[in-house]
Write a protein that binds this ligand. Structure first.
Ligand SMILES: [Zn+2]
Length: 409
């Protein structure tokens, strides 16, 4: 095994969290023309640092295309847009933002969030490395810088007169290869009185609910509040408050300020740290046991599929999320079990899932083919999908989720 160092504390990594074998990049969808070609697979092996407990992927040859071209546009999920709108309302009120304020979002995607700030005449700036996505945001009139965020870009922006009263770094930290450079950038770009919000899927839920499919190559790190807090402290930033959210199977929203800011630290911070300790996140054994639990899930998922196939049940998928690709490739599920999946995102339709090569069709296909089971691969949108597809009940169809365990609904 090559020696890899912890992204947070530089210790050598030797403790496996879970080894998911080899997998293609979760967002490298295959076109019809590419079907007769090979595709690259990369090791998907997560470690836990036995010193700081940061869960992270071991180093792998990281291809340039990882973030250059993204098929995920935030605006295609209605519950995600609602989350963005509610976030805007909360932030405007809580931080009293007005037309003098500057909001900067890192990884601003297609402008799904900043559009709501703009509607309130607040100055916005998006930073988005994926060129095709940034272009869509720019077309909507949202000023967008196509670049990777780090300390040097932050300093450049400050020279150009930008500084954030609010810096939004939601669901981006996991994607950051160089954590210290990224946090140093946040520190540099923050007004003395400004606030940073950071949202990330909480490692507590990943472990508790066995969300192993949220592990994929684009996600380098998996965080607890404890690890993020110590990471921020090394850059003279402090977590002043934290909220627990239902997004992505359980996330945290941190409010972060300069270390010397007068704002006292809310009791919520200590409460979440206590929860983490009560769940054993400060004990290496908790991490070491994870792999065995994931292996059992694979057995349960395959048992369900084999039994359903034996009874000649028709099973299809719903959603083509990155997490679905981790699950399908780890479990070795292809079109023999799931002849197709559907997705609302037109950019994904008529493509094939990487690795498993399951075709992606329009949602209407479910109505036409009347399957017995619809496996919800995007389990974080379970409620939304079940509402939209409730018509499968007309022919006795049922929904299935695989995470945290196989459940027929
Ligand atoms: Zn470490």
């Amino acid at each position: 095994m090559p020696h890899t160092k912890c992204r947070c504390c530089d210790s050598l990594l030797h403790q496996t969290f879970v080894d998911l074998g080899v997998s293609p990049l979760a967002n490298s969808f295959i076109t019809t023309e590419q079907l007769n070609k090979m595709e690259p697979f990369y090791p998907l092996h997560a470690y836990v640092c036995d010193r700081c407990f940061l869960v992270q992927l071991g180093e792998f040859e990281s291809p340039d295309q990882l973030f250059n071209h993204y098929l995920y546009f935030s605006s295609y999920s209605s519950s995600w847009l609602l989350h963005a709108e509610q976030f805007t309302e909360m932030a405007v009120e809580r931080f009293q933002l007005n037309d003098d304020s500057q909001v900067i979002e890192i990884a601003s995607n297609d402008g799904y969030l900043l559009q709501y700030f703009q509607q309130r005449n607040i100055r916005t700036l998006g930073i988005e490395p994926a060129k095709n996505v940034a272009k869509i945001a720019a077309a909507k009139g949202i000023p967008t810088r196509t670049d990777f965020f780090g300390e040097s870009l932050a300093k450049q922006l400050v020279r150009e007169g930008y500084q954030g009263d609010l810096i939004v770094a939601n669901n981006v930290l996991a994607h950051v290869p160089q954590l210290h450079d990224f946090i140093a950038g946040l520190k540099a770009l923050l007004q003395p009185d400004g606030v940073i919000t950071i949202e990330f899927p909480h490692l507590l839920h990943l472990i508790k609910d066995k969300q192993f499919d949220t592990i994929y190559h684009e996600h380098f790190s998996y965080f607890s509040l404890h690890t993020v807090q110590s990471l921020l402290a090394r850059h003279d930033l402090k977590v002043v408050d934290v909220e627990q959210l239902n997004t992505h199977g359980g996330s945290l929203r941190l409010f972060v300020r300069h270390h010397e800011h007068r704002k006292p630290i809310h009791i919520n911070v200590a409460k979440v740290i206590q929860q983490e300790q009560a769940s054993g996140l400060d004990d290496l054994t908790t991490y070491v046991q994870f792999a065995g639990r994931v292996k059992q899930m694979k057995v349960d998922i395959l048992t369900f599929l084999v039994e359903a196939a034996t009874m000649h049940k028709k099973i299809v998928g719903y959603g083509a999320p990155a997490k679905g690709n981790t699950l399908l490739n780890y479990c070795g599920i292809g079109p023999h079990f799931l002849p197709y999946t559907v997705d609302k995102n037109p950019y994904k339709q008529h493509l094939y899932l990487p690795g498993s090569r399951i075709p992606i069709k329009e949602p209407d296909e479910i109505r036409r083919t009347k399957p017995d089971y619809v496996v919800i691969l995007a389990w974080n949108l379970k409620k939304e999908i079940m509402d939209e597809c409730s018509f499968i009940r007309d022919w006795g169809g049922k929904f299935v989720v695989f995470v945290p365990e196989v459940e027929v609904i």
